[in-house]
Design a protein around this ligand. Structure first.
Ligand SMILES: [Ca+2]
Length: 366
């Protein structure tokens, strides 16, 4: 029976992915093409197309230094409109994460509201850990005291209101645990169905973990939240650790020194990376840039050379595998493949690492 079922699963998956517009690294292609087909003049087509290419995003983040660098890429890009930033626990205490976000925005002269979200995982007890980014998440350099304050409102309400007021247009870039997004899904699943796309830095990809041998830090912080988001059927693209670990994509001592002599953003980040870079150097490694690479999937889409459709499930019920995300790849043969019917995520499987690094450095130095 399984040999008969597989083509049906594949056809269903392809149809679903086409409907969701998430079969490639640039998920709004389908929407763009549809928009262009209805335009009556070339001028209208061009205008609509360039508008469609700007992503309206909410950045959901646990702002430590690499999140801040990702926000700087986002705030420096003419491809994105940042509607707001929602913070949650993870790297640093909540209000510190908000302040770090305001710092990153201020360095780019971008004013976007910053909202406070979840202070703990859905079910798991939260353990305070010493951040590898420094106690303040930004290298303990006393960098900037931002002019603006965090907003009074709640992050979950902000996410839902933003999606409600622009249905089908708002995308979320998730750079921390997925607790805020899971809470929004629990509070108002119908509104969340109108979220255009979720871009996620998380999971091990097809490689090893960093929280445990099988789990990546963001998933390990709240695997229950990942489970809810993966089951939501929202279009999701995930960038995993395997892509980020590639040597050519890492920051070297030479890069840090170029940033220190670069522009305002480079000087700021070279200082903010002090503790994180030292942490890597202690074990003789260059520094990974997880959150900047996740943001660059939108701001430098040419860097994404390949994605694969997968069915992903987060492990929530075992100490040993807690936070592992099991990925069933489209086209692979699994003797005990569950009857999934569709693939629920796209995962990035090939990055032009040189293009990414050149792009990152150009934002910090040009
Ligand atoms: Ca993060």
């Amino acid at each position: 029976m399984k040999h008969i079922r597989k083509p049906i699963i594949l056809i269903t998956a392809v149809l679903l992915l086409l409907l969701c517009g998430c079969s490639t690294a640039t998920p709004d292609n389908t929407a763009d093409q549809a928009t262009e087909a209805t335009a009556s003049t070339t001028a209208e087509t061009t205008a609509q197309s360039s508008t469609a290419q700007r992503h309206k995003v909410i950045i959901d983040t646990d702002t430590g230094s690499d999140d801040a660098a990702g926000m700087i890429l986002a705030a420096s890009s003419d491809r994105l409109d940042i509607l707001g930033v929602t913070v949650l626990y993870g790297n640093v205490p909540l209000h510190q994460a908000a302040e770090n976000s305001l710092q990153a925005l201020e360095v780019c002269n971008v004013n976007a509201p910053v909202y406070i979200g979840a202070d703990k995982p859905l079910k798991k007890e939260r353990k305070e850990m010493i951040s590898v980014h420094g106690a303040d998440g930004m290298g303990d350099q006393n960098l900037i005291h931002p002019k603006h304050d965090e907003e009074k409102g709640d992050a979950i309400d902000f996410i839902l209101d933003a999606i409600k007021s622009d249905p089908g247009e708002v995308e979320i870039i998730a750079l921390g645990p997925l607790t805020n997004i899971a809470l929004a899904l629990q509070k108002d699943p119908d509104t969340m169905k109108l979220c255009k796309h979720i871009w996620v830095m998380g999971t091990t990809g097809f490689g090893a973990g960093n929280a445990t041998p099988v789990a990546e830090f963001n998933v390990y912080n709240d695997a229950e939240a990942y489970d809810i988001v993966l089951r939501s059927e929202l279009p999701i693209t995930i960038l995993g650790l395997d892509m980020i670990k590639q040597e050519e994509a890492r920051l070297t001592a030479d890069d840090i020194s170029k940033m220190a002599n670069g522009n305002k953003k480079g000087v700021f980040m070279s200082k903010a990376f002090t503790k994180l870079f030292a942490f890597y150097q202690k074990s003789g490694q260059n520094m990974m840039l997880p959150d900047p690479m996740a943001v660059a999937c939108l701001t430098m889409p040419d860097m994404v050379l390949e994605t694969k459709s997968c069915y992903g499930a987060a492990c929530t019920d075992s100490d040993a595998t807690y936070g592992q995300v099991i990925l069933y790849q489209e086209g692979a043969v699994y003797e005990a493949m569950p009857e999934i019917g569709s693939y629920n995520l796209e995962i990035v499987t090939k990055i032009d690492t040189k293009l990414f690094k050149d792009y990152f450095m150009s934002v910090m130095t040009d």
